[in-house]
Design a protein around this ligand. Structure first.
Ligand code: PLP
Length: 484
């Protein structure tokens, strides 16, 4: 039997090969050079638009209905700017619903993805895997463990699946308890079970209901101000205890979305969450924290850090920005063998890019009261307020469900979860504004169940503070069209 040169596996020889690395560096440099041509929003390139319409029709035909936005990317972008197949360029302020925090054609991430492309296989699985998924889990667990007792991770390709796994872990630990407690307006994904738990009637049309859910009202700011925060929290705990007493020992978990994403970027006071979580602990109910939309994006890496509840979290889910999704749990919640598995964990490039993103979030100056994210939050809010003083008619008072946290203000959210509320939060006008802003060169989306907000999840890892006025030039034109 022969030994390999300098005790290196062939796999190591490949990743360390100077020939391979020079070739990859050359590709990254060429991607950089080409994407550097993308410098500002622009309309479609003449001659490409007709075929673009054909692509849109073909894309719609595969799904059986047209695309929500006429968006098909060309495969190139530059930071916060993205090019579509028709050659048009737009500010990407939604990033695939929060996925692309480092924007488009980031050289470091392109390099990570190319490196993963050398691998002998495309996808990794639970039975056979290369090192990528374990490296990703190690990095994530090291970060999560700084302010929580989460110590183990199970990977899955989507957020809804990570939530399914979280639910199984809770059920198994507290068997035979089968009920679930969730907040009003929560969103958890679109599997059969998650669609039942998520508080949206439209998302479960035609789905048989097999999961028993008890809904707690989410924090009501006005009510809390009226009765006093202490009395409000006591009343909330009483309400929770009523559910628990009504169905003794039947609740497996309470799902906390500490900052509601789809529900409209609502959050609450630390003491409120702590009191409810402590009530769960006292009644043997798992505290499950879904940070699939919030992770990495607010003024702290984890929302449980900002709200100082990490010590109370038993089960936790992450996704979107991490590129692959994961369910984390404490040692006490570790599932028995056989409960969780699946053919795929994810693609090699998703793990290597996800791991690089975690490292960059860890090593950068994104978090804290003076961090990059807080600075962008302030810049965004300044732009909205300036636009509202220029066009007060676009920003009438928000009167729908005013108790929702911050709902009376026209601007809100947390860190890089940014929302503004034109047109009093009216659904048809806000959704129209999404489309007119798109036409004017900025991709954004909406959130909330009334009031409805314009939502941004921008690529703050690459965006510059000077970009905000340029983005808002497009937003202003878009809102003018939606108003008119
Ligand atoms: C809080 C939350 N949980 C779960 C999910 C579902 O994730 P996915 O769409 O990857 O299945 C989402 C997606 O928006 C979410 O925001």
């Amino acid at each position: 039997m022969t030994t390999t040169t300098n005790a290196m596996s062939v796999g190591q020889q490949l990743t360390q090969s100077p020939v391979v690395n020079q070739a990859l560096d050359a590709i990254v440099a060429e991607v950089r050079a080409k994407s550097a041509q993308i410098t500002e929003p622009r309309p479609p390139i003449d001659g490409l638009s007709e075929s673009y319409d054909a692509f849109l029709k073909r894309a719609g035909a595969t799904r059986g209905r047209g695309l929500l936005y006429p968006y098909i990317g060309s495969g190139a972008g530059n930071g916060a700017l993205v090019e579509l197949m028709d050659g048009s360029v737009k500010w990407d302020m939604i990033c695939g619903i929060g996925v692309n925090f480092f924007g488009h054609s980031d050289p470091d991430l392109t390099r990570a993805a190319l490196g993963a492309g050398l691998s002998d296989v495309t996808n990794h699985g639970n039975l056979q895997s290369n090192w990528g998924p374990y490296q990703f889990s190690e990095t994530l667990l090291e970060l999560a463990g700084r302010n929580s007792n989460l110590s183990q991770a199970f990977i899955s390709p989507t957020g809804a699946l990570a939530n399914e796994n979280a639910l199984k872990v809770c059920y198994q630990k507290h068997a035979p308890a089968s009920r679930v407690i969730a907040f009003e307006d929560c969103f958890m994904g679109r599997t059969v079970t998650m669609a039942q738990i998520g508080d949206s009637a439209g998302a479960r049309v035609g789905i048989p209901l097999s999961t028993q859910v008890d809904y707690m009202p989410f924090f009501d700011e006005i009510e809390a101000e009226t009765v006093g925060i202490g009395a409000y929290i006591d009343a909330s705990v009483r309400k929770l205890q009523q559910y628990i007493d009504r169905y003794p020992l039947q609740h497996a978990c309470f799902i906390f979305e500490l900052i509601q994403g789809e529900g409209g970027f609502n959050t609450a006071k630390k003491d409120y969450f702590r009191a409810l979580m402590e009530c769960c602990k006292a009644n043997s109910i798992a505290v499950w924290d879904d940070e699939i939309q919030t992770f990495g994006r607010t003024e702290r890496m984890f929302a449980y850090e900002a709200l100082e509840v990490g010590d109370l979290v038993d089960v936790f889910c992450v996704g979107k920005m991490t590129q692959v999704c994961a369910t984390l749990f404490t040692e006490q919640y570790a599932p028995k063998p056989g409960l969780l598995s699946g053919t795929f964990t994810g693609s090699g490039s998703a793990f290597d890019v996800g791991n690089r993103m975690l490292e960059r979030l860890r090593d950068g100056d994104y978090y804290g009261d003076d961090g990059v994210i807080a600075k962008h939050r302030d810049a965004f809010r300044k732009q909205v307020r300036a636009m509202a003083s220029k066009h007060p008619e676009w920003f009438p008072e928000v009167t729908q469900v005013p108790g929702k946290p911050g709902a009376r203000d026209i601007v809100g959210g947390a860190g890089g979860m940014m929302r503004m509320t034109p047109f009093g939060g009216d659904k048809s006008k806000v959704t129209k504004a999404c489309r007119t802003c798109f036409d004017e060169g900025v991709v954004l989306f909406y959130c909330g169940h009334g009031p409805y907000h314009l939502r941004m999840l921008p690529p703050l890892g690459v965006m510059k503070l000077e970009d905000w006025p340029r983005v808002f030039e497009c937003v202003e034109r878009g809102l003018a069209k939606a108003f008119g």
